[in-house]
Design a protein around this ligand. Sequence first.
Ligand code: MG
Length: 154
Amino acid sequence: MRIGLGIDVHPYATERPLILCGITLSNHGGLGGHSDGDVCLHALMDAILGAVGEEDIGVLFPATEERKGSSSLVMLEQVAEMVAKTGLTLLTADIALVMETPKIAPYRVQMRTKLQSYFPLAALHIKATTCEGLGFIGRGEGVAALAVALVGPP
Ligand code: MG
């Protein structure tokens, strides 16, 4: 079995919708970035890619004009295909979001269901915590996400 770690940070950019784990959270300003700013998926993909010994998403999916504003789910699908080609499968992924608002509890089931459609055999976990008002996250300037992924024979 192999383990990987991913981390990502994005600033808020209020003119966009907030998209986390491929789910659009209504009534919240979104995150900036070249793609859709899905900080959860970016951390998750880097964790999975690390576990299977691949390059990170910055290398595999460079910020081209074509990819501007694109859904991170398109990248996730390609990452899922790369994992399948190794003969291994994603066994567990655990994502920790660090953000002040909104609460993600009402969206957690939807988020997990979305991820599960890409990794049907995996135990998937999504949790969130605040920064207790400290630093750039505490001031509501941005969001961080961390993820670990465990891959192994199916
Ligand atoms: Mg990112």
